[in-house]
Design a protein. Structure first.
Length: 254
């Protein structure tokens, strides 16, 4: 069963961002899905090697099998060791399995991981999976409140659940279909999206003056990250809604 613990990060805007931590259940589902995809890749490699080294090629090139075996071992090594780091780098902390399970790797600070963290945490995978079925990793996750395996301790990362899409719809004031400006949201990280949506979800509970000043600070921070002209937004909350919607609709957030 997944842990109900949450990672809470206090931002400079005085808003607490909460990330539900992913437990062993969802992470096991993700790893099984990823291993299945890797297994399919291995089968395809074997079939390709058999086709390439068979028939006429084997007769005209006797060493074809040796070269094919060497190429297979190299590709297998890349697929086994590079699979997780590659996808976690280009998909901001997700592999196909993690995306299927609705979880993501982030830094302890709440920010998106870089290639350095993706590679670092996966170098320890060989230790986490000893003596099999990730026994060391499971023990490590049981013994700490953030469900970290050894690779997460080394890289300074944690695995969290994705925010569900329906959770971000009930607090929008802008009507669906409203013509919105186009912003360069690719410059934002998922942390900024969580910051925006945390404010939008809690704004009705804030005192009017606190709500106004907080919206202004967050809008200024987001506008700076988007490199927009230094001028006040017509409506800070509408601006934040528009940015959040465009980010969720973009290909970067799936």
């Amino acid at each position: 069963m997944d842990s109900l613990d949450k990672l809470t990060i206090d931002t400079p805007e005085q808003i607490a961002i909460e990330f539900p931590l992913a437990g062993i259940g969802s992470r096991f589902l993700a790893i099984v899905f990823d291993i299945l995809l890797q297994f399919i890749g291995y089968v395809v490699l074997i079939l390709i090697a058999l086709v390439v080294t068979g028939g006429e090629l084997k007769r005209v090139w006797p060493s074809a099998w040796n070269w094919s075996a060497a190429a297979f071992i190299f590709v297998w090594f890349c697929l086994y060791w590079g699979y997780y780091a590659f996808f976690e780098t280009i998909w901001q902390g997700q592999t196909p399995g993690k995306r299927h399970a609705g979880i993501r790797v982030i830094k302890d600070t709440g920010r998106s991981i870089t290639a350095f963290e993706a590679i670092s945490r996966n170098l320890l995978r060989v230790v986490d999976q000893v003596p099999g079925v990730y026994a060391v990793g499971c023990v490590s996750m049981f013994l700490n409140k953030k469900s970290k395996r050894l690779g997460d301790f080394v890289a300074g990362t944690v695995v969290v659940h994705e925010k569900k899409e329906e959770a971000g719809e009930i607090f929008f004031n802008l009507k669906p279909g409203t013509q919105l400006p186009v912003y360069p949201v690719a410059k934002l990280s998922t942390t900024e999206l969580v910051l925006i949506e945390t404010f939008l979800a809690r704004r009705l509970d804030l005192a009017p003056e606190v709500r106004t000043s907080t919206a202004k600070r967050i809008a200024g921070h987001i506008a700076q990250k988007l490199e927009l002209p230094a001028q006040p937004q017509p409506d800070n909350e509408d601006f934040l809604e528009a940015v959040a919607r465009e980010y969720r609709d973009s290909l970067r957030y799936r």
